[in-house]
Design a protein around this ligand. Structure first.
Ligand SMILES: Nc1nc2c(c(=O)[nH]1)N(C=O)[C@@H](CNc1ccc(C(=O)N[C@@H](CCC(=O)O)C(=O)O)cc1)CN2
Ligand SMILES: Nc1ncnc2c1ncn2[C@@H]1O[C@H](COP(=O)(O)OP(=O)(O)OP(=O)(O)O)[C@@H](O)[C@H]1O
Length: 186
């Protein structure tokens, strides 16, 4: 079995090699599946992320949620690999972190229990719900104390039918992964 680091590298290479048009096309399909999901429709407060360029672009998703009147939160990283989610709105500004993510400055922190749904980022997603993140353990720590719904969106190159990386007791499965078929061609 390859190491987590090796699988991360493979997925990053595949994401980098995706054509922008193919990525946009897949992203639109995944977003349309997500916004018709009952957990999305019922959710008042949704945790998302400010995507980096290799990730699925979350901007259209954030825009749709705000247009539907939902509260959207995004993470701010804290010492000891903790995160706080901050509601988007007037008064929130952004500053890029060392990881390359725009992180909110100011704004109101929303607790884990006040979220109905968290859209969890990552590099690889297995059909059984297992997730390979960027390797810092932020979400595994956060989700350990979160009881609401979780969904991840997997582009074709991020989808795995089985877990091919080593699991640890800290790994928390995502409740539902919305995935593209790997035979997708843009
Ligand atoms: N768009 C997006 N935002 C996100 C995540 C994500 O996966 N995607 N995260 C998902 O977790 C959190 C940030 N994840 C991070 C993952 C790795 C490193 C990291 O390796 N940073 C330094 C090392 C710092 C250290 O060792 O303390 C580095 O870049 O070398 C930082 C943040 C929160 N925000
Ligand atoms: N709940 C936790 N408590 C303590 N340590 C943890 C916890 N979750 C993960 N870790 C540790 O954090 C490190 C990174 O974990 P892992 O490689 O699973 O991250 P990841 O899931 O890929 O990243 P992320 O969750 O940030 O997207 C590992 O050393 C792991 O043991």
């Amino acid at each position: 079995m390859p190491t987590k680091a090796a699988v991360r590298k493979t997925v990053i290479q595949r994401l980098t090699a995706l054509s922008p048009a193919d990525k946009v096309n897949q992203t639109q399909q995944l977003i349309s599946a997500l916004v018709s999901h009952p957990w999305w429709q019922a959710a008042t407060t949704i945790g998302m992320t400010m995507s980096t360029s290799i990730e699925l672009d979350t901007r259209p998703l954030i825009a749709q949620a705000l247009a539907a009147g939902k509260t959207v939160t995004v993470p701010r990283t804290l010492p000891k690999r903790q995160m706080a989610f901050v509601a988007l709105g007037p008064g929130v500004t952004f500053e890029p972190s060392t990881f390359g993510v725009d992180e909110p400055i100011g704004g109101q922190e929303i607790t884990a229990e006040d979220h109905d749904l968290i859209i969890v980022p990552g590099l690889g997603f297995a059909d059984d719900g297992n997730r390979l993140g960027f390797g810092a353990g932020y979400y595994d720590r956060y989700l350990a104390h979160y009881a609401g719904h979780t969904i991840s969106l997997a582009l074709a190159v991020q989808r795995f039918h089985q877990v091919v990386w080593p699991l640890t007791p800290f790994d928390i499965k995502i409740e539902e992964i919305i995935s593209m078929q790997e035979d997708h061609h843009g």
